[in-house]
Design a protein. Structure first.
Ligand code: BES
Ligand code: MN
Ligand code: MN
Length: 463
């Protein structure tokens, strides 16, 4: 057994205990009720970074939640790896659908994880994955095996669009200077099929408010004569996709990069069981844009989805009103070369244009971000692929993911370096959903893989 594997074996219970401690902190960045907990999670990381032997560990203040920074500079002339991750988590709601307390981690077996999975909010996204980097670094530092420079930058606002990290990165080009960024905040195909994410979707997000009459009205006295904003909103939303499930906003597809038949053939090779997919989601049929496979629909095609819709009376029993207002939160996942600002503009123009005169429409933009693609012919990707091949015994597949990490394209713009998305989660981890979990296998394999990465990277960079 390799020294690294032996170290993981000997320390795995302590690694899990430490991760559990972090998972118990409800660091929900979206809800100010948890602001002290978010700060506590940063404090936990600072202590852990100090304990494993990183230098210049500091809680970097920002206009929002802090960034936890730590580094080990072996020799400024050697290559530098920047590790990014996030310590904030999504809200746990709807809490009643959790089978155990979201902030009291427990290990339970699942179909995908016969060795057990850690159930807790943030287990996979991203505390469990981010923490693997600290534990791999612990091994390298304790055994004097780190042969490149490393910088850790862990933020607390990823789930709310990373506003302060963008602020911080712009002001710290020199401090954050690196040759490659590594991130574990994405997924693999399954536990036998490792993958490296080479594409992420972008995001444009708009909240809409449709106003009818200036107050809720008696639906008997006024019904039929005044526009009901909920009826109108529903109709407007329904018209945003045509019968082929294509988005009807003029210009929406103008900059969409179409994949070549060869690229699509590569996607078709990715192991995917449609029957199993439907079964796991409890659906009888999939639904999406005509002419594309499910894997394509959820990665290389843009989307438009209502995330929430509300208005009027939703309490017990029947109340007869025509509501004054109706609201919806609408997100669009974008593909390279779609510009989130341009798409949000097109959406707003179109949404106002299709509204009947009987209502008023107000739109508010939420955070968004660019999509991302990274080539596979650089040292970072190759080192990650070699590390995965060594730990899994199988070459990873490059995959496009449907998710978004808007800070990744920003890193490239500000720092000039590529990010290697070496994630170990599974789609079945239920990130952002009730009962989020992360395989113990994935956690330990991740530590092992990351442990191998540095050596491969150093060799590729300095040969
Ligand atoms: N880690 C996820 C993104 C992700 C997950 C990408 C799995 C690929 C595979 C990240 O924490 C996330 O949830 N991002 C948000 C965007 C953000 C602006 C809130 C998303 O994709 O919705
Ligand atoms: Mn994440
Ligand atoms: Mn997330």
């Amino acid at each position: 057994m390799s020294e690294l594997k032996q170290y993981i074996d000997n320390n795995q219970q302590r690694f899990l205990n430490e991760l559990f401690e972090l998972l118990k902190i409800p660091s929900v960045s979206a809800d100010p009720v948890y602001s002290q907990d978010v700060l506590n999670a940063a404090g936990f990381l600072k202590k852990n970074m100090e304990k494993i032997g990183l230098d210049n560990v500091s809680i970097e203040e920002t206009p929002g939640y802090p960034i936890v920074y730590g580094e080990k500079i072996i020799d400024p002339s050697l290559p530098t790896v920047l590790v990014y991750g996030h310590y904030d988590v999504q809200p746990a709601d709807p809490i009643e659908l959790w089978e155990s307390d979201p902030f009291e981690p427990v290990i339970k077996k699942t179909k995908e994880h016969p060795q057990g999975a850690i159930f807790a909010r943030g287990a996979s996204d991203d505390k469990g994955q981010m923490f693997m980097h600290l534990k791999a670094m612990e091994y390298l530092l304790k055994n004097n095996k780190l042969e490149v420079n490393v910088k850790f930058m862990i933020e607390g606002e990823e789930e709310v669009g990373s506003p302060s990290l963008a602020w911080y990165v712009k002001r710290n080009h020199e401090k954050l200077k690196n040759d490659v960024i590594i991130i574990s905040d994405t997924g693999m195909i399954d536990n036998e099929t490792p993958a490296i994410t080479t594409g992420l979707r972008g995001l444009a997000y708009v909240e809409v408010e449709v106003t009818g009459p200036n107050r809720d009205l008696h639906s008997g006295l006024y019904g039929g004569a005044v526009a009901n904003p909920i009826n109108i909103l529903a109709k407007m939303i329904a018209g945003l996709q045509d019968e082929n499930k294509r988005i009807t906003i003029p210009g929406f597809y103008d900059d969409v990069k179409e994949l070549s038949p060869e690229e699509r053939a590569e996607i078709a090779k990715i192991p995917f069981d449609l029957e199993e997919y439907k079964k796991s989601l409890g659906i009888d049929e999939v639904y999406g844009e005509d002419g594309y496979s499910t894997l394509e629909r959820q990665s290389i095609r843009p989307t438009l989805d209502v995330n929430g819709i509300w208005g009027g009376y939703t309490g017990e029993g029947a109340k007869t009103i025509i509501p004054s207002k109706a609201y919806a939160k609408i997100s669009m996942r974008l593909v390279p070369d779609q510009d989130p600002e341009k798409i949000a503009d097109l959406f707003e123009q179109h949404f106002k244009a299709i509204a009947p005169k009987a209502v008023k429409v107000k739109t508010t933009r939420m955070h968004g971000g660019d999509g991302y693609v990274t080539p596979t012919d650089n040292e970072g990707y190759r080192a990650a692929a070699l590390a995965m091949e060594k730990s899994f015994g199988k070459k990873p597949l490059p995959i496009y993911s449907g998710g978004s990490i808007p800070i990744v394209p920003l890193f490239e713009k500000e720092l000039g370096t590529k990010s290697i998305l070496m994630g170990f989660g599974l789609n079945s981890d239920a990130i952002h959903s009730p009962n989020e979990h992360y395989g113990v296998f994935n956690f330990l394999k991740g530590i092992e893989t990351i442990g191998y990465f540095y050596d491969f990277y150093k060799n590729l960079k300095t040969q």
